[in-house]
Design a protein around this ligand. Structure first.
Ligand code: SF4
Length: 342
């Protein structure tokens, strides 16, 4: 068993050295670059991340630059990547890491910083500091489930632990933990693709159980889909001298904790008959309607709101849902004016 695994890993390392992509965050083992790239790569493809990564690193070249920057500036450089809580956590963690004197070198200590979950902590610890721990992402799950022939419910933490134990074992076989982890991820991102994997070229082929059973694309098991939810968002665009009110979102399940327009939400069983536009965020199917009356000045103050100019919106919240809402308002006004002229 040990022999078999070591043989597979030797072949995997040889393959990786010959086939690895030249990605900007692989230029060195700087924990800051690895941290930023791994955070961006959650929910976003490598190809899409590269230009954002380069721009972000130009703007915030070190941990200290990021810690010193205003949050709004960090958010504006995150625009387009979505899931803005990641950018907020990056900023908070950068400040905490600076206060702590830099990055701790093991995943257990990294986990104590905001936004450092098991994945990011292990990635930084293994890739930057060579800690002998494995990193689990979608690509790694696919390779492991197939190599081991395991039909595990990987989305449940109890069964995911089995995969974590296995990849930890791979990182403890005497090879460089950074390279082993990257090699497994690279294999999952290339040959071991979700459909029709290229097993005939694969360095793990000899010992891969799924390939032996001739059913590689039956694994991993598919996660049951989260049902989409229909929400009506009635937006009250409070405007005063060309300023709009934004309030901290404590009322809508989407864009939670972010700055949004005042309004109210309602979950529906079916699509509403009339609405201004529709927008999706993860499993939220949102139907947006601009309504009156507007909220009172007092209610905005009570909600600890802020007044911003339209051109400042992306600094407060770059989510495209908000931009579309403002555009919808402009469209409505233009339409009313046109009707009035007629
Ligand atoms: S042999 Fe095929 S299924 Fe097995 S790890 Fe390689 S590409 Fe994936």
């Amino acid at each position: 068993m040990g022999q078999e695994l070591r043989k597979s890993l030797t072949d995997l390392m040889t393959w990786y050295e010959a086939n690895k992509r030249d990605l900007p965050w692989r230029q060195n083992r700087d924990p800051y670059r690895i941290w930023i790239s791994e955070t961006m790569l959650q929910q976003t493809t490598t190809r899409a991340v590269i230009p954002y990564f380069e721009k972000f690193l130009t703007q915030f070249p070190t941990l200290y630059d990021l810690a010193r920057a205003p949050l709004e500036q960090v958010l504006s450089h995150w625009a387009g990547l979505g899931y803005y809580s990641r950018a907020r956590n990056l900023h908070r963690s950068a400040q905490a890491l600076v206060a702590a004197g830099g990055f701790p070198e093991n995943f257990e200590s990294l986990m104590e910083f905001p936004g450092f979950g098991p994945y990011t902590s292990r990635a930084v610890a293994a890739l930057a500091f060579g800690q002998e721990v494995g990193v689990i992402d979608g690509n790694v799950i696919r390779v492991l489930c197939r190599y081991k022939g395991w039909p595990v419910a990987w989305w449940k933490s109890s069964e995911r632990n089995k995969l974590q134990t296995e990849i930890d074992l791979w990182a403890q076989q005497g090879f460089c933990p950074a390279t082993i982890n990257q090699a497994v991820m690279e294999l999952g991102a290339s040959l071991c693709s979700p459909q029709r994997p290229s097993c005939f070229q694969c360095p793990l082929r000899t010992n891969c159980k799924a390939e032996k059973m001739e059913k590689p694309d039956h694994l991993p098991l598919k996660k049951p889909r989260r049902q989409s939810e229909i929400w009506l968002w009635e937006v009250q665009l409070f405007s005063h001298q060309n300023h709009f009110a934004l309030i901290p979102n404590t009322y809508a399940p989407f864009l939670r904790g972010q700055w949004i327009f005042p309004g109210q939400v309602q979950q529906l069983n079916s699509k509403p008959k009339s609405y201004d536009f529709r927008h999706n965020i993860t499993h939220y199917d949102i139907f947006v309607t601009l309504v009156s009356p507007q909220p009172t000045m007092e209610s905005v103050v009570e909600a600890e709101g802020q007044w911003i100019r339209p051109e400042e919106l992306s600094l407060w919240n770059p989510a495209s849902l908000l931009k579309k809402t403002l555009n919808a308002k402009d469209g409505k006004e233009a339409k009313c004016e046109a009707e009035h002229w007629v």
